[in-house]
Design a protein around this ligand. Structure first.
Ligand code: UD1
Length: 422
């Protein structure tokens, strides 16, 4: 199993190109199941999660070709010859549940394995299932699988009111509603940029959708959807991660393709910590010019709040801040697994339930550490950039799920980082 070795070596400078969003691409890909015509995605990120979703779609009968070195995904689903998403693929990636709504809407039946437990909390799929039931789906949970059927005549529009905001459940029911008879109103919908991106793509395919980006989305079902070509939105989590690189070890980095509206709450916290952020023609330029960063408090919330997917990386920065920061994790329980690893590098952190108190130290020290999940692993790399000596991050397969060319991108702005085979 490969490791990544990072050696702290001072300020960074240069440009990093930000890829298309993993999480947007993972919901745009299943949209191909809604139509017999081709759906082409541009600006796709080259990640193992994307390959897993391609495999899943292929197992259902879709054709998926990665062109231009994986940046373009050409998909088409003339006919689905299998309506069962197997445990072997679903267990690898929770986003697999997103094939349920489209398959059900298109052909009136689907069987999808329940995603297994996940390291960052229980993460059930009850909201996905309740929302599809509101569209008339009949669901039966047997042998670890959801067996779903639409009423005769297909799904019908309905009112869905989520008790809590769920990105995935909003995406699943939004896709299903495009082909349901009549009107669907989704209340307390997620407002993430990935939802907006999905709605825009579905509209190009012929769907009638209003209100994406607000907490109420209205969908007027149509008889059929057609093909489309769509460019995947910029990955706001990759963007935030690389914005933290110069913040943590000094210097100035321009993140190409970055947009402030994608990471507004995050920018506000970074600026409060003393980091300068400038909007340029090509993206966002981030610099740390004067001394240590200041402690800031952070609470994760659904968009437009501070994203949970940037919490671990922000913690890495705050480990070296002047003063004590309080981080509150409100989306997932048990999402501080990076804290003990950061402590191996000399960080001072007290975790109690969903709150972490980070007492800033002047210097971190390199150490062997273990990546526990996708965002945790990149937070350890960021910490390594600021640490004295070598940090060896083990179990980097997590990283390959969500960050393309992390070594090349950071080395390109002057970081001392390499991947070593075990
Ligand atoms: C998506 C993102 C993930 C991000 C998360 C929150 C993808 C592929 N993944 O995950 O990177 O961290 O949004 O921004 O887009 N919940 C339930 N029942 C459900 C569904 C969710 O209780 O049926 C809970 C979850 O346990 C969690 C909260 O709702 O506490 C939010 O989860 P959700 O927004 O659904 O996250 P995902 O869509 O899985």
């Amino acid at each position: 199993m490969d490791s990544i070795v990072v050696t702290g070596n001072g300020p960074l400078s240069g440009r990093i190109a930000i890829a298309g969003a993993k999480n947007a691409c993972l919901t745009l890909m299943p949209a191909t199941l809604l139509t017999e015509e081709p759906l082409t995605l541009l600006n796709a990120p080259r990640l193992s999660d994307i390959r897993t979703m391609a495999q899943l779609l292929q197992s259902l009968g879709a054709e998926v070709s990665a062109l231009q070195d994986g940046k373009v995904l050409a998909m088409s689903s003339h006919a689905l010859d299998n309506h069962r998403a197997d445990y072997d693929i679903v267990r690898k990636m929770r986003a697999s549940i997103l094939v349920l709504g489209p398959m059900l809407a298109r052909d009136g039946h689907a069987v999808v394995s329940l995603p297994g437990g996940c390291a960052i909390g229980a993460r059930p799929v009850d909201l996905h299932l309740q929302a599809l039931e509101a569209l008339g789906a009949e669901l039966d949970l047997r042998d670890g699988y959801v067996h779903a059927k639409a009423p005769s005549g297909g799904l019908k529009g309905g009112r869905v009111r989520f008790p809590l905001v769920s990105v995935g459940a909003t995406e699943n029911v939004l896709m299903a509603a495009t082909l349901a008879r009549g009107t669907t109103v989704i209340e307390n919908a997620a407002r993430e940029p990935e939802i907006v991106d999905l709605a825009q793509c579905l509209r190009k395919m012929g769907a009638q959708i209003e209100g994406e980006g607000t907490d109420t989305i209205t969908v007027e079902g149509v008889e059929r959807l057609g093909g489309a070509t769509h460019r995947v939105v910029t990955d706001r989590i990759e963007l935030g991660t690389y914005m933290l690189a110069p913040a943590i070890c000094g210097g100035e980095v321009e993140c190409l393709g970055g947009r402030r509206d994608l990471v507004g709450a995050f920018c506000e916290r970074l600026e409060a910590a003393g980091i300068s952020i400038e909007e340029t023609e090509s993206g966002l330029k981030v610099a740390r010019r004067n001394g240590r960063v200041q402690a800031v408090d952070v609470t994760t919330e659904p968009y437009p709040g501070f994203p949970t997917d940037l919490q671990a990386q922000m913690m890495a920065l705050l480990c070296t801040a002047e003063g004590t920061s309080v981080l509150e994790e409100k989306i997932f329980e048990n999402r501080f697994m990076h804290a003990p690893e950061l402590m191996r590098m000399g960080a001072r952190i007290d975790v109690s339930g969903g709150t972490a108190k980070v007492h800033g130290v002047e210097n971190l020290k390199g150490a062997p550490v273990m990546a526990t999940d996708l965002r945790a692993s990149v937070s350890l790399i960021l910490a390594g950039l600021a640490a004295e000596g070598d940090t060896m991050v083990n179990r980097v397969y997590h990283l390959d799920r969500g960050y393309e060319q992390v070594v090349e991108k950071l080395a390109g702005v002057g970081a001392k980082i390499e991947r070593v085979a075990a």
